[in-house]
Design a protein around this ligand. Structure first.
Ligand code: ADE
Length: 232
């Protein structure tokens, strides 16, 4: 089974490429895709560039062109839940698009007809992650992740997203990848390490902690791959 590992930024994927060491590079639709074998599994690895459109494009290519049947997303997020501190890991139980708004037609925020506000991630992959975390003595929190095409650095926007989506963390790609995986029948796991609190210091904190938090997430994703045999 081909496994996709995806991030949005090079900083989120470089630690993984460094660890797998050898790979074949292909260019599709102006982006690089890295194929390799790691721990007995065929992988396709890529960073999409930031945001919902680029991430949906890359996720589609990884599934349709490269045949991935399982998608592991790795990256960083801004914390909404005050229990989440910089470097903490959060696994998405479900994801929503906080910037999707056709409320003018009486719909809820995040909803489009024939879609749904939330898309759930794969419960078996989440359970595997908790098992791996327990064995490695790593704390893995779970929660709702909200996605939008905005770098949020504003406490009132954070409160709005929390109040409308009950979200614990926010980022810019997870829900769009979830839409793609859901439509294509691909199992999805989304892991994020906290880089900031989406407040007025978020820009500074993001620059400061992007690399260290991205490494925390990437290293756990590789541990997942090493243990993925027991899944399904
Ligand atoms: N990813 C990490 N921090 C973020 C923030 N504050 N807003 C959006 N995406 C993020």
């Amino acid at each position: 089974m081909k496994i996709a590992i995806m991030g949005a930024m090079s900083e989120e994927i470089e630690p993984i490429l460094k660890e797998v060491k050898e790979y074949k590079v292909s260019k599709v639709a102006d982006n690089n895709y890295y194929e390799c074998n790691y721990a007995g599994h065929d992988l396709v690895i890529a960073y999409s560039k930031i945001g919902k459109v680029f991430s949906a494009l890359s996720a589609t290519i990884m599934c349709e062109r490269f045949g991935a049947k399982c998608m592991l997303f790795s990256g960083v997020a801004g914390a909404i839940n005050p229990n989440l501190k910089i470097g903490d890991l959060i696994v998405a139980t479900k994801l929503a698009q906080h910037d999707l708004d056709i409320t003018a037609f009486g719909h809820e925020y995040g909803y489009v007809p024939e879609g749904s506000v939330y898309i759930e991630t794969d419960a078996t992959l989440r359970a595997l992650a908790q098992k791996v975390a327990k064995e490695q003595n790593i704390e893995l929190k779970e929660g709702i992740i909200a996605t939008g095409d905005q770098f949020v650095a504003d406490e009132s926007r954070v409160e709005w997203i929390r109040d409308n989506f009950d979200a614990d963390a926010l980022e810019m790609e997870g829900a769009s990848v979830a839409v793609v995986c859901d439509a294509l029948g691909v199992d999805l796991f989304v892991l994020r390490a906290i880089s900031d609190s989406a407040d007025m210091d978020a820009g500074f904190d993001f620059d400061e902690f992007l690399c260290s938090s991205a490494k925390v997430s990437a290293s756990f994703i590789l541990k997942m791959v090493e243990n993925i045999d027991s899944y399904k």
